[in-house]
Design a protein around this ligand. Structure first.
Ligand SMILES: *Cc1c(COP(=O)(O)O)cnc(C)c1O
Length: 353
């Protein structure tokens, strides 16, 4: 007998990784669970998933699967850098703020250089300033620009904004890495094709959203510049990121891509965030902090209101400065959950007044 979990925690807008596995990913995972197949990615599911990435992105890229986003980013950056190189990223970038130094660890010391930029996006002028700031031997040589799509504050780079940054990278001989933990959310928000928002805009490598989109685990890494993927399989193995039963990562990925669920999941999450934003805008005294372009809403709340919501059992992150609340929607967010949160916010405000 399989027992259901005793308690779920529906009172949350903490993260899209609180959600479970979406039906399409789960169905493919169950389908993959018949019989024995070769291990370490030498199986049909993995071949089909990789091929489907290539057709989806309209290019013959190299495809790898790892367990999580921190590994995907860190190992990718390590493969683009020597230890004496540096990676330019936004000061709010996940690789800087939420990976416990894993990119530096994996690369044996490549340094992150932090750039500013409004709305969570790298500002090309600021990036150029960092690239040209020093050229002497005493400074870690800039080698990669890393950007996050959609960004850590829920905004989306347009294709033109990407081209401005990747053009800069080309001019100075840098490579460009995209942290796409929420790539599908950016993709459906932009109305562009996967190709237009990546390699056609000059991106060299994409770490592509599995977990937050609706998988149980497993991020995909797409090297559009195949030469950068040399020996990457060895790097994954050495880092403990080569899954022996690979089909249980690759089959769910095939499910997401083949059925279109990855786009439906992202579109749903974005739609829910739009609805949440619209409801929050009607509450006096709350300020929306960033343009809501993907599946997150960032709102400034008075600290007593945040405390009151926590006491009512709501979970969310408050890491964007004092009073800045991040509310994330996922493939399974319901309008009812949003109505319940908004109702509790209104009730709490009335009590505090
Ligand atoms: C969630 C996330 C990741 C991946 O995090 P893991 O917990 O390591 O899977 C990477 N980048 C961004 C921007 C994220 O939000």
């Amino acid at each position: 007998m399989v027992s259901a979990p005793v308690a779920t925690h529906p009172l949350q807008f903490a993260s899209d990784n609180y959600s479970g596995i979406c039906p399409e990913a789960l169905e493919y995972m169950l389908n993959a669970n018949s019989g024995d197949v070769p291990a370490y990615g030498d199986d049909d599911w993995t071949q089909r998933a990789a091929d489907t990435f290539r057709t989806t992105f309209e290019t013959d890229c190299e495809v790898f699967f790892v367990f999580n986003g921190t590994a995907a980013n860190s190992l990718t950056l390590a493969s683009l850098c020597q230890s004496y190189h540096s990676v330019i990223c936004h000061e709010l970038a996940h690789i800087e703020t939420d990976e416990c130094g894993a990119p530096e660890f994996a690369s044996n010391g490549s340094k992150l250089l932090l750039a500013q930029g409004s709305q969570g996006k790298l500002d090309p002028a600021e990036v150029e300033r960092l690239i040209t700031k020093r050229s002497d031997i005493h400074y870690p040589k800039p080698k990669v620009i890393s950007l996050t799509q959609s960004t850590e504050v829920g905004t989306v780079y347009t294709a033109d904004e990407l081209i401005a940054l990747t053009g800069l990278a080309r001019r100075y001989g840098l490579k460009v890495h995209m942290d796409g933990a929420r790539f599908a959310n950016a993709l459906v928000a932009s109305g562009k094709t996967p190709a237009e928002l990546t390699w056609k805009a000059g991106i060299d490598v994409l770490c592509c959203c599995g977990t937050k989109n609706g998988m149980g685990l497993g991020e995909a890494i797409l090297f559009f510049d195949r030469s950068l993927a040399e020996d990457f399989d060895y790097r994954c193995k050495q880092a403990g990121q080569l899954c022996s039963k690979m089909r249980f990562i690759s089959a769910p990925w095939l499910g997401l891509l083949e059925t279109g669920a990855w786009l439906r999941n992202a579109a749903h999450a974005n739609r829910m965030a739009a609805y949440l934003e619209q409801q929050l805008r009607q509450i006096p005294g709350l300020d929306i902090l960033f343009p809501r372009q993907a599946n997150g809403v960032f709102v400034q709340m008075p600290p007593p209101l945040i405390d009151a919501l926590h006491r009512r059992g709501w979970r969310f992150y408050t890491f964007i400065g004092s009073g800045g609340v991040r509310l994330m929607c996922a493939w399974n967010t319901t309008p009812e959950a949003i109505d319940a949160l908004v109702g509790d916010i209104k009730a709490a405000i009335a009590t505090l007044a």
